[in-house]
Structures are given as structure tokens and as C-alpha cells.
Design a protein around this ligand. Structure first.
Ligand code: GAL
Ligand code: ZN
Length: 705
């Protein structure tokens, strides 16, 4: 595990570069990423290449033992190219071009742009093919950022029609699969099908889902082109891409199939500002939500089973969220450790120095605008030293998988059926419940090999075909513990409702069906009683946020839930939870069904934290997963290769109980505000010493200190 930085030498005078490189070495930096967005500098006019500056930067860094990661510059086609070939521009649904003047303005399906990509990328990779200082490549930058996965230009319209022709026998099949009789939407031929243009009311959901698939596959194809060019030049190089957090429109699993190294860009204080606004706590605005960051680590770690990188790590205050609080003292160090605990092999801070020009002037770097160290520099240096002193770490060995398929996300975003139905937020409810017990989670594709996972959680498996249903059934029969949730098995792969009741092809496995569903605003939110096995009491203990005992039963106060309720009709399944409020009162809400040597649980509501904890606690118990007592909000434990990281994303210090002879390799049992400690111990032997933890509204008080 190591530290790196993103560096733009072309923004600074050459006589500064050696100083920069010396200071990088002093900070303990190993990797330097360069040449992103540099096309106009590399090729100021068609065919006139200037590599001299980049050669010199590579030379200066290389002399000091720094390793260089280069980027293809294709996220920013230069003005001369746009003027020459305006057809490379993306277009809005109404045909308005997404013009020059920022970035990501090119279309993935433009034949002209694919040719230009081939030209510039080949030139660059050939230049450095024999250079040992260049260790690998990042292709492009953040595919799809700024809403650019989906383009609506003429090239896309033509490519979409071709894509449909390949997919359907004839247009009658398309009409049948989509269901175009509704509102007279039948097509007479493929040539009549348009990208979804502006319409008076909602678009046809099957048309939209197919367009979303097509758009994502267009990016995958474009990415594959670049990966091939890099590999042809030097087969030893790694090919990487930097994905985004909580990002939905691009199938990162599919892109990753063509990569050697999956990476993502982590901006912890930005992400919480894009959830429901009232949800971002003062502590989260200072350091982020460890589970929101963590689920992305685990997604990108999971995509090809290899360790991942954080290609861009927030270095301080940032420019793009609505607000830009200074991160908490030490947060930039905390984030590097947190990433390491989740399996990262490298964390590269974005960027080296605050830029004097352009759109990102309000974005910090490790160094200030005048070149002097900013807070991030000291944090990065400390993190580098601590992390490099750890032994080589094996990758994370997660006992639980969380299934995530982009198509479910797309279908649910087309018909959310509630303003509050946000896909990631629902998935995080369960992820949080697992993570507060310290359990490592792989976020994997629903069709991934599930052997070896003691338990599997599958939030909103909305589109299900028979093959997926039997894949899950095989898993449970062989002894797996499966957790299914609301809105599962409702639709077929074309985004059409099934005639049989939900969960459709999963009904046998669940041993129950959904009689009715309702979406509910907070004012009439569901309440559910729940009792199954230990009910989540015992090791999971009680939440620090409520006074309610962890062990629920029908006579206790019911658990709060939100947004969605399903009235279940049990067949073979046992009812373990019941609706206690509204029109649903008295109807089954949660069921569990023994199948083969395992069992499947179906949760027919969106649980709040305590119910999710109780359900997850039982799942872990039945699956025999070793875990810790429930950690407080914002404090997380994660085990990697025999070491347990305690990361405190809150302003309240905590004291950790661990075996007396356990070796603390970073910090000690007193974990301060926004601090981290690492102990060599079993996860199950580590807990928060609650007698020492202060109570109350941690974030707010900390904020006033
Ligand atoms: C990322 C992007 C970088 C920079 C950064 C600012 O999304 O890849 O180029 O814009 O955000 O936080
Ligand atoms: Zn296009």
C-alpha cells in the first residue's frame, strides 16, 4: 500500500518542477499521475506533437525514483479538433450540442472521434512504450461524469438502431418485448425508433431501459478500444480507469472486464451533500460517511477481484458540492487508512497544488496556490509513513456479498414510484447494518460466483429472469443464507411487469408472494415488529441512537421503517415480521424460508437502522460469520490480513477494548476525533468501550469545540 498524487506540470513553470518532485519524495509519495486533459498541450495543431515537456517531467520524477502513471487525454478534445469535426460533440435529448468550453464533450459513438482517439492514444503510448519509469495507464477520465454516458446525437441515433437490429429478430419482437400497444407506441421498422427525445409525459420505460443499456455498452466499447491500444504498445503496463462514487449510469462491472486495475475517485465531504439534504450530519460534512465511501471501495474492489486504487483522494476543501467546508483535522490521513482497510493498494491525492486558472480554482491541493504545504500535505505525509511501515497486506477476504446490478438501478430510476426511492441509499441501509458489525462486504454482480460467501444480501433485485432465480436457489440449497428485499422479481428484463405476483421467479425460494405494495411518505411511514432467532440482540446489542432494546417482539414497540411496504402472503415461509401501522397493520412484512441447507429471508419494507441491524444480525448468526458488537454511527472496524483498523469519522473520541496482549501498530486504544488506530487482533475481540463514550449529539458538540 502506498501514496501518490495527481500532478499537472503543464500548469507551472519548468523551473518549479524539480522542487515539486523533491517535495513529493519528502512526503513519501511513490506514484505520480500525469497528462490528463493535456491534449491541447500535446498536440497544439493537428499532427504537430510536443512531447518534450512530458518527457522532461517524466525524467525529473524518474530521477528521484517516482513512478509515473500516464493518462490518455481523451476527456478533453481540443478546440481545433471540435472546429474541424463538430460532429464529435455530444447532444442533449433535443439535439442541442454539448459544446466546447469544459470537458467530456465528445460522443462515444462518433466514428470520427474513435478515429481521433486511435490516432492520439497510439502516438502517446508508442512514445513511452520502452520507458521503464512509466508503469501503467489510466484511460480517459471518469467516463460519464457530468451526465455524459447518455448522448442523443445523430451518431448515437444510428448506432442505437443498429444495436436494436442485432438484439431483436425483427421489429415485431421489439414491439412485443417492450409492450408498445400502450398509448399507440408501435413501431413499423427499426429506422422509426429514435433515442428518447423530449416528450410531453414520461417516456416508455422499456425504451428508456434499452437506451440506458445501449449507452452504457457504447462506453464499454470505447473503453475497450483504448485498452487495446495501450496493451498493444506494452503488454507489461496496467490499464486502469478512475470511476466515480455512487455513480449509476455506467456499468462499471462491464468496463472493468477490460481493465487490469480498477480505481475510483473519493471525495468524502462531497458525497453526503447529494443524499437527502437533511441527512448530512455536521461530522459527515467534515469527514464524510464511512459507509458511503466504504460501499464504493467495496464495489470497485469487487469488480474484478483484484485490489483497487483510489486514483483521486480529496486533499482538502473542494469546488463542486453545494458547500465546501474544510475537512476535519486529520481527515485526509483518515481516508487513506480507511481505503487501506478496505483493500486499496494505493491512494493518490488529487491534486498536487491548488490551480491558479480555470474551473477548479476553488479546489485545494496538497500544496497551496503559492506552493507552500496545505493541511493535506502533512496528512498525506503522515499516512504514507504509517502505511508504508505496515507489512505487505493480503487482499480483503469478505464473508458476505452484496449483489448490485446496474440494470436494477436503471429500471428503478425510470419508475422510482416515490420521490424517496434512491437505489444506493436503499442498498446502503443493509451495507451499513453489516459494516457496523465490522463485516467486510464484496459488492458484486448478481450473477457472480457466490461459492465461498457465508451470506448474500440482494437489495432490490428488480429485474429477474429464470437463470438468475436458479443461480440464487442453488446458492441457498447448498447452505447459503440469502436476504432479499422490496421490489424484487417484479419485472422481466425488458422492464415489463410480470403477470405473476412478485417476487416472480423468486417466489418459490422466498416461500411467499407480494399481495400488494404501497409507497409511503414519511408522515405515514411503515412500522414493523420483528422477531427471528436472537432478533439481533446479544452481540449486536443496542443502537446508540435510540433507547429501544435490541431484542424485538410483537409486544415491544415496533421498529420504524420508511418509503415502501409490501403485504406478504406466505406459502411455505415462516412469518417473522408483521406490519403494525396503517392499512397494512396485521399483515406479514418479513418472512423466512428454509430451502435445502440454507434459508432465504424476504424483507417487505425499507428498514430504518435498528430493524436493518436486527435482520442483518440474524443473518450473520445463521451464517456463522465472525463479527464485532455493533459499532456506533461513524465509527467503523475493518479487518484485513489479521489487522483491524478502527476509523473514527466523528468528532467524539472513542476508547477501544481489545485483548491486553494485542499489538497496536498505529495509534492505541484511545482513538481521537477523526483519528485511526490499527491493532493486530481478531475482529470479534475488538469493541467500543461504551462506558467511556460520551452520549448526545456527537457531531454538533464536536463542531463547537
Ligand atoms: C474529479 C475529476 C477531476 C477533478 C476532481 C475535482 O471528478 O476526475 O478531474 O475535476 O473531480 O474534485
Ligand atoms: Zn452521441
Amino acid at each position: 500500500m502506498t501514496i501518490g498524487v495527481c500532478y499537472f506540470p503543464e500548469h507551472w513553470p519548468r523551473d518549479r518542477w524539480e522542487t515539486d518532485a523533491d517535495q513529493m519524495v519528502e512526503a513519501g509519495i511513490e506514484y505520480v499521475r500525469m497528462a490528463e486533459f493535456s491534449w491541447a498541450v500535446l498536440e497544439p495543431r493537428r499532427g504537430e506533437f510536443d512531447f518534450e515537456w512530458l518527457d522532461e517531467a517524466v525524467e525529473i520524477l524518474g530521477q528521484r525514483g517516482l513512478k509515473v502513471v500516464l493518462c490518455t487525454p481523451t476527456a478533453t478534445p481540443p478546440k481545433w479538433l471540435v472546429d474541424e469535426r463538430p460532429e464529435i460533440l455530444q447532444a442533449e435529448p433535443d439535439g442541442t450540442p454539448r459544446g466546447f468550453g469544459s470537458r467530456r464533450h465528445y460522443c462515444f459513438n462518433s466514428p470520427a472521434y474513435r478515429a481521433e482517439t486511435e490516432r492520439v492514444v497510439s502516438r502517446m503510448v508508442d512514445r513511452y512504450a520502452d520507458d521503464p519509469r512509466v508503469v501503467g495507464w489510466q484511460i480517459d477520465n471518469e467516463f460519464g461524469c457530468h451526465g455524459t454516458v447518455r448522448c442523443y446525437c445523430d451518431d448515437c441515433a444510428a448506432a442505437f438502431r443498429e444495436w436494436l437490429r442485432d438484439r431483436y429478430d425483427d421489429v415485431d419482437e421489439l414491439n412485443r418485448r417492450w409492450g408498445t400497444t400502450f398509448w399507440s407506441q408501435r413501431y413499423g421498422g427499426f429506422e422509426a425508433v429514435e433515442p428518447p427525445r423530449p416528450t410531453p409525459s414520461d417516456h416508455h420505460p422499456s425504451h428508456l431501459l434499452e437506451y440506458y443499456r445501449f449507452a452504457s455498452e457504447s462506453v464499454v466499447e470505447y473503453s475497450r478500444l483504448q485498452a487495446r491500444l495501450v496493451r498493444e504498445a506494452n503488454a507489461e503496463w496496467f490499464v486502469a480507469h478512475n470511476f466515480m462514487g455512487d455513480f449509476g449510469t455506467l456499468d462499471a462491472h462491464a468496463v472493468s472486464d477490460d481493465l487490469d486495475l480498477v480505481a475510483w475517485d473519493s471525495y468524502p465531504t462531497g458525497f453526503p451533500q447529494y443524499r437527502r439534504p437533511e441527512e448530512a450530519t455536521p461530522d459527515e460534512l467534515r469527514a464524510g460517511d464511512p459507509d458511503q465511501v466504504g460501499v464504493n471501495h467495496d464495489l470497485y474492489r469487487g469488480t474484478n477481484g483484484e485490489p483497487f486504487w483510489v486514483m483521486e483522494q480529496q486533499p482538502g476543501d473542494i469546488n463542486w458540492p453545494p458547500h465546501a467546508p474544510q475537512p476535519a483535522e486529520g481527515a485526509m490521513r483518515l481516508w487513506a487508512h480507511h481505503a487501506t482497510a478496505h483493500g486499496a493498494d494505493a491512494v493518490l491525492y488529487f491534486r498536487w497544488r491548488r490551480c491558479l486558472e480555470g474551473q477548479e480554482q476553488y479546489h485545494a491541493g496538497l500544496r497551496k496556490a503559492d506552493g507552500s504545504p496545505d493541511r493535506g500535505y502533512d496528512d498525506a505525509r503522515r499516512a504514507a509513513k504509517e502505511i508504508q511501515e505496515l507489512p505487505d497486506l493480503a487482499s480483503v477476504d469478505a464473508p458476505v456479498a452484496l449483489l448490485h446490478g446496474y440494470e436494477n438501478h436503471w429500471a428503478l430510476s425510470i419508475q422510482p414510484h416515490s420521490p424517496d426511492f434512491e437505489y444506493w441509499s436503499h442498498a446502503r441501509t443493509y451495507y451499513r447494518a453489516l459494516r457496523e458489525r465490522g463485516v467486510q462486504v464484496d459488492v458484486v454482480h448478481p450473477r457472480a460466483d457466490l461459492d465461498g460467501y457465508a451470506a448474500v444480501v440482494a437489495p432490490t433485485l428488480h429485474l429477474v429472469d429464470d437463470a438468475l432465480a436458479s443461480h440464487l436457489r442453488d446458492y441457498v440449497e447448498a447452505g447459503g443464507e440469502l436476504l432479499l428485499t422490496i421490489r424484487s422479481g417484479v419485472k422481466d428484463p425488458w422492464n415489463k411487469l410480470r403477470a405473476e405476483p412478485a417476487p416472480g421467479p423468486l417466489a418459490d425460494l422466498v416461500g411467499a408472494t407480494v399481495e400488494r405494495h404501497e409507497s409511503l411518505p414519511d408522515s405515514i411511514a411503515p412500522e414493523v415488529s420483528y422477531s427471528d432467532g436472537s432478533g439481533g440482540s446479544g452481540r449486536s446489542g443496542r443502537s446508540d441512537q435510540t433507547d429501544r432494546p435490541g431484542r424485538p417482539n410483537r409486544t415491544a414497540e415496533p421498529y420504524p421503517a420508511r418509503t415502501w411496504a409490501e403485504w406478504l402472503a406466505p406459502g411455505d415461509a415462516t412469518v417473522v415480521g408483521t406490519h403494525e401501522s396503517g392499512v397494512a397493520a396485521g399483515r406479514p412484512a418479513i418472512v423466512r424460508n428454509d430451502v435445502g441447507s440454507g434459508s432465504a429471508t424476504h424483507v417487505g419494507t425499507w428498514p430504518e437502522a435498528d430493524l436493518a441491524a436486527a435482520v442483518a444480525g440474524n443473518l450473520l448468526d445463521r451464517a456463522g460469520v465472525g463479527c464485532a458488537d455493533r459499532f456506533p454511527t461513524g465509527v467503523r472496524a475493518a479487518e484485513r490480513d489479521g489487522f483491524v483498523w478502527i476509523t473514527n469519522f466523528t468528532s467524539d473520541p472513542v476508547r477501544i477494548s481489545a485483548p491486553a496482549d494485542a499489538a497496536w501498530v498505529v495509534g492505541d486504544a484511545a482513538v481521537g476525533a477523526f483519528d485511526v488506530s490499527v491493532v493486530e487482533a481478531d475482529l470479534g475481540s475488538v469493541s467500543v468501550d461504551r462506558s467511556c463514550r460520551s452520549t448526545g449529539t456527537a457531531g454538533r458538540r464536536g463542531e463547537n469545540r
